[in-house]
Design a protein around this ligand. Structure first.
Ligand SMILES: Cc1cc2nc3c(=O)[nH]c(=O)nc-3n(C[C@H](O)[C@H](O)[C@H](O)COP(=O)(O)OP(=O)(O)OC[C@H]3O[C@@H](n4cnc5c(N)ncnc54)[C@H](O)[C@@H]3O)c2cc1C
Length: 462
C-alpha cells in the first residue's frame, strides 16, 4: 500500500509483536514497531527468562545438600543476591539487543516510544511526537500484574515486576496468589533462604491443573518449609516503625514480613491507547476482542498475545503472530490452534502437563482410565531426599486416546514438551505401550504403566 508509511505497524515489542514484525519484514513488507519500555517484552525482561534464571539460582542449596549422598563434601555455601540480579540484568540486556537487531536485520524499523492509535490507519508515537500511517496495525501490548487498590496498604506491596529487582533479598516474604507465578516465586524465594508464606483464597493452589499434582506439590512445598495458607485473604497491610510489614489475614493471623508480593492475576494493556476512540471492541475484562484469525472488529486492526486474554503464554503469542502473518500477508488464512497446549510450572519439584486433567476428562468422557505411578526418582535414592515423583496418564476408555499427561518431578517441563507431540497427534495408550522404554529414566514410566490404576465410569471411581 504505497499510500501509507508502512504496510504493517506493530504496537508492542514483546514475544508476539517482535515475531510478527520480524517475519513480515522478512517478506519484504515495510514494517514499523514501537516499544515503550524494552524490546523483548514481559517474557524476556520480567517474565519467563529472568524467572527461570532465578529458579536455577534457587535450586543450588538442594543440589549442595544432595551431593553428600554421592560422596561430596561441599563447604558451607553463601549467596549474593546482588550478583544474581546483576548477572540476570546482563543476560536480559543481551537478549533485548538480539530481539531489536533481529527486527532491524529483517528490514523493520524500531521505535522506542509509546504508541497510540488516533485513526484506523494513523498511529501517534508519543516519544517522538510524530504521527505515522499504516495499512495494517497489529496490537501486541501484552498485560501487567493486576493491582489491588481495594486492599488497605496496597501501596506497600510489590508485584512480580519489582520482585526481580529488589535492592535486598528479604528475610521473610508473603506472596498472595495461587497461580503459577505465585507458586514459582514462593519456591524461588524459599530456595534462596527467604522465610516464605503463600496465601491463597482458593481451596488448593494452581486451580487449573490436575488435582493430584496440586495436592502433591502443596505437600512437597510444605515439607520443604514453605507455609501455604489456603482459604485465606489479606485484609490489610501496614508498615511498622521498623520498616517491616504487618499483614492481617482473614483467619485473624498477622504475618510480619519484609515484603508482600501480590500475584493475583494479570490484566491486558489496553488503556489510554485510543482504542475506545476508534471503537475497538473489548471483553468485560478489558481485553481486545478478536475473531478466530486475531482480527478485531476493525478490518485492518489485529491483536495477538496476552492483550487478547486467550492463553497467556509466550509460545502462544508467537504462534498467533505466525498465523497473523500467514493470514494478513500470505493469503493463507490461518487460525491459531489453542487446543492441547503443553505447559510447565517451574515449581520445585516442577510440573509438566498437557491435555485434560482427570476432573475435566471425567466431565467429558463416560469411561476414563487413570494410569498413575508415584515413586522416588533415582537421583533421590543416594541423596536421601524424601521427595516423590508423580506420573499420570488420563485415557479415554472407549477410544484409548491419551487425553492428558501430568508429571510432577525433576525435568517435568522438558517431558511435557515431548508429550505435547503424541497428545497433539491424538495417539492412543496402545501407541504408548508399543513404545520401548529408555532405561534408566523417570520418563520410562510413561510407557510401562500397562494396567490402569483405576477407572472412572460415569463419574464413579472403580
Ligand atoms: C513472572 C512471569 C513469568 C512468566 N513465565 C512464563 C513461562 O515460564 N512460560 C511462558 O510461556 N510464559 C510465561 N509468562 C507469560 C509470558 O511472559 C507472556 O505470555 C508473553 O510475554 C506475552 O507476549 P505478548 O507479546 O503478548 O506481550 P508482552 O511480552 O507483554 O509484550 C508487550 C509489550 O508491549 C509494550 N507496550 C504496551 N503498551 C504499549 C504501547 N501503547 N506502545 C508501545 N509499547 C507498548 C510493553 O512494554 C511490552 O514490552 C510469564 C509472565 C510473567 C509475568
Amino acid at each position: 500500500m504505497a499510500g501509507y508509511d508502512y504496510d504493517l505497524f506493530v504496537i508492542g515489542g514483546g514475544s508476539g509483536g517482535v515475531r510478527a514484525a520480524r517475519v513480515a519484514a522478512a517478506l519484504g513488507k515495510r514494517v514499523g514497531i514501537a516499544e515503550e519500555y524494552r524490546f523483548g517484552g514481559t517474557c524476556v525482561i520480567r517474565g519467563c527468562v529472568p524467572k527461570k534464571l532465578y529458579v536455577y539460582a534457587s535450586q543450588f542449596p538442594e543440589h549442595f545438600a544432595d551431593a553428600a549422598g554421592y560422596g561430596w563434601t561441599v563447604p558451607e555455601a553463601t549467596f549474593d543476591w546482588q550478583t544474581l540480579v546483576a548477572n540476570k540484568d546482563r543476560e536480559i540486556s543481551r537478549l533485548e539487543a538480539i530481539y531489536k537487531k533481529n527486527v532491524e536485520g529483517s528490514g523493520g524499523e524500531t521505535f522506542h516510544s509509546r504508541a497510540v492509535i488516533v485513526d484506523p490507519h494513523v498511529i501517534h508515537l508519543l516519544g517522538e511526537d510524530r504521527t505515522v500511517t499504516a495499512d495494517q496495525i497489529l496490537i501486541a501490548t501484552g498485560g501487567r500484574p493486576a493491582a489491588h487498590p481495594a486492599l488497605p496498604g496496597h501501596e506497600h506491596c510489590i508485584f512480580s515486576n519489582e520482585a526481580f529487582d529488589l535492592k535486598e533479598l528479604p528475610k521473610a516474604i508473603m506472596i498472595e496468589g495461587g497461580g503459577y507465578i505465585a507458586v514459582e516465586f514462593a519456591n524461588i524465594f524459599h530456595g534462596l533462604g527467604v522465610d516464605t508464606t503463600l496465601v491463597y483464597r482458593g481451596k488448593e493452589i494452581l486451580s487449573r491443573f490436575d488435582m493430584d499434582l496440586r495436592r502433591t506439590l502443596h505437600e512437597t512445598m510444605e515439607k520443604k518449609g514453605i507455609k501455604i495458607l489456603c482459604h485465606s485473604v489479606t485484609e490489610w497491610v501496614r508498615k511498622r516503625p521498623d520498616g517491616r510489614l504487618d499483614a492481617l489475614l482473614t483467619s485473624g493471623k498477622t504475618l510480619t514480613v519484609d515484603q508482600v508480593m501480590l500475584a493475583i492475576g494479570r490484566i491486558p494493556n489496553t488503556e489510554n491507547m485510543g482504542l475506545e476512540g476508534i471503537g475497538i471492541e473489548m471483553t468485560p475484562v478489558g481485553a481486545i476482542k478478536v475473531d478466530d484469525y486475531s482480527r478485531t472488529n476493525i478490518d485492518n486492526i489485529w491483536a495477538i498475545g496476552d492483550v487478547t486474554n486467550r492463553v497467556q503464554l509466550t509460545p502462544v503469542a508467537i504462534h498467533e503472530a505466525m498465523c497473523f502473518v500467514e493470514t494478513a500477508f500470505k493469503d493463507n488464512p490461518s487460525a491459531p490452534d489453542h487446543d492441547t497446549i503443553a505447559t510447565a510450572v517451574f515449581s520445585q519439584p516442577e510440573i509438566g502437563t498437557v491435555g485434560l486433567s482427570e476432573d475435566e476428562a471425567v466431565k467429558r468422557f463416560a469411561d476414563v482410565e487413570i494410569y498413575r505411578a508415584s515413586f522416588r526418582p533415582m537421583r533421590h535414592t543416594l541423596s536421601g531426599r524424601d521427595e516423590k515423583m508423580l506420573i499420570k496418564l488420563v485415557v479415554d476408555g472407549a477410544s484409548r486416546k491419551v487425553l492428558g499427561a501430568h508429571i510432577l518431578g525433576p525435568d517435568a517441563g522438558e517431558m511435557a514438551q515431548l508429550l505435547g507431540i503424541p497428545l497433539k497427534a491424538g495417539l492412543t495408550k496402545d501407541d504408548f505401550d508399543r513404545t520401548m522404554a529408555v532405561h534408566p529414566t523417570a520418563a520410562e514410566e510413561l510407557v510401562t504403566m500397562y494396567k490402569p490404576t483405576y477407572r472412572v465410569t460415569n463419574g464413579e471411581r472403580i
